[in-house]
Design a protein around this ligand. Structure first.
Ligand code: DAH
Length: 339
């Protein structure tokens, strides 16, 4: 029995030494020390031994068992270290190789312009309201008092989806949505995308951006409109900017006006930028038509208000001196990188 244990120990030692992986080692552990392992079997047979041999063989078997166990642990540790070293070798990092530079993008000039305008209006107490780009004909035209035969309603001017839906031609329908869902006082702006059936050229794009403004309260007058837009012009184009209100005609405002600002290039003297006349048109505005107020359930005897609509692309083009609207939407990185 003692001999068997000696042979077993030698065999185990040999096999353990030859192990080249942790898996192999685990198998050997089972083979000798497992529940049906060779050493365990010897221990199990102890019962049938003569009494005087039991302590001798038992002691020996336990020593062999412990030795094998310790040896396995030793080799296990060594193999683990070896594997870690190999892994580290494979992951070797050469700190002298130049890194890959990640390009960091930035906002599109139109988004920048929208943010800038939003900040100016928020500073003046306006809230931002948003509306969908697919609108009802009712919100885009009917509720805005647009006459049945208004040229902008024609199929050659507007992208219709069906008889009731269209791609909004202006941000003005957001006025209707806001007045129908909120009680005065109302003070909102609404930036967003608009669509018109225009041929693409240097100054026209079938997709463009507007920012709409609407203020409704008791005792709102044309003086509030003028004061507000004059301040906006100064904030956007510079403190020395002056504004000029020219009478105009919009179905949803009465009276209506178009607003020009003094050319921020020449200060109003006249230059190539303002086609020599010193003024640049920037928006349409007016006092909200009583019919529009009533259509939205607002008492036009008690409340009045003003509204305005600005072309954002046009303002961005003026501000950044871009002379072709198409470059804004072609996504040429060489162009966009300049902002
Ligand atoms: N919606 C007009 C347009 O697209 C711009 C406009 C003019 C908006 C007057 C207004 C306004 O709110 O009062 O040309």
């Amino acid at each position: 029995m003692e001999k068997i244990l000696d042979i077993m120990f030698e065999k185990a030692t040999n096999q353990i030494e030859k192990c080249s992986s942790l898996e192999e080692l685990a198998e050997i552990k089972v083979k000798f020390l497992g529940r049906k392992g060779e050493v365990t079997e010897v221990l199990k047979k102890m019962g049938s031994l003569p009494v005087e041999l039991k302590p001798i063989i038992g002691k020996k078997a336990n020593i062999v068992r412990n030795k094998i166990e310790n040896h396995i642990k030793e080799i296990e540790k060594m193999l683990e270290e070896k594997m870690l070293l190999k892994k580290l070798e494979n992951e070797d990092i050469d700190v002298t190789i130049p890194g890959v530079k990640k390009e960091v993008g930035h906002q599109h000039p139109i988004s920048k312009m929208i943010d800038e305008l939003n900040q100016i209006f928020i500073g003046m107490g306006f809230m931002i309201a948003e509306g969908p780009e697919i609108e009802t004909v009712y919100n885009n035209f009917d509720a805005l008092n647009s006459p049945e035969n208004h040229p902008s309603r024609s199929k050659s001017d507007t992208f219709y989806i069906n008889d009731e839906l269209l791609l909004r031609t202006q941000t003005s329908p957001v006025q209707i949505r806001t007045m129908k869902s909120q009680e005065p006082p109302i003070k909102i702006i609404s930036p967003g995308r608009c669509f018109r059936f225009d041929e693409l050229d240097a100054t026209h794009s079938p997709m463009f951006h507007q920012i709409e403004g609407l203020v409704i309260d008791e005792n709102i007058t044309m003086a509030d409109l003028k004061g507000t837009l004059d301040l906006v012009a100064k904030r956007v184009f510079g403190e020395n900017t002056m504004t000029k209100f020219r009478p105009h005609d919009f179905p949803f405002t009465e009276p209506s006006a178009e607003v020009d600002v003094t050319c921020f290039k020449c200060g109003g003297k006249g230059c190539k930028f303002c086609s020599g006349n010193g003024w640049i048109e920037i928006l349409g505005c007016g006092m909200v038509h009583p019919k529009v107020l009533e259509e939205c359930g607002i008492d036009s005897e008690k409340y009045s208000g003003f509204a305005f609509g600005m072309g954002i692309d046009r303002i961005a083009m003026l501000k950044y001196e871009i002379d072709d609207i198409r470059v804004l939407f072609e996504n040429d990185v060489r162009f966009l990188k300049q902002f």
